[in-house]
Design a protein around this ligand. Structure first.
Ligand code: ZN
Length: 113
């Protein structure tokens, strides 16, 4: 069960520099994956309305991997915010990355290891 997390100021400050036009007030971060996501390292979804949810499988705020995973998922938040409808329309994110099989969800980031 994903639990909401608050990123420390050091991370948030950094991401705000990286993504100056992103509306962070729309984003909720979670540790853990929703069942539909499978087992990626990170996962972003726009369930409709203003919310953009970013899930991190393993949240270690001082690790490079967590930093990069969240940075990657925030790119999807930028994409969602910038598309027609701004992610407020449920499912509207799907055509950007999937052809119907995974409505609402972005890519599944994995790393080689
Ligand atoms: Zn991705």
């Amino acid at each position: 069960m994903p639990l909401p997390i608050s990123l420390p100021a050091c991370l948030m400050d950094c991401y705000k520099v990286l993504y100056p036009n992103l509306n962070f007030s729309r984003i909720t971060f979670y540790e853990g994956m929703p069942a539909v996501a499978g087992s990626p390292k990170g996962f972003t979804m726009a369930p409709g309305g203003p919310d953009i949810n970013i899930y991190v499988r393993e949240y270690l705020p001082c690790s490079k991997d967590t930093f990069l995973t969240i940075a990657h998922e925030l790119v999807h938040a930028v994409q969602i915010q910038g598309m027609t409808g701004g992610g407020y329309i449920p499912g509207s994110w799907a055509p950007k990355t999937y052809s119907g099989t995974m409505p609402k969800f972005c890519c599944r980031r994995r790393t080689k290891s």
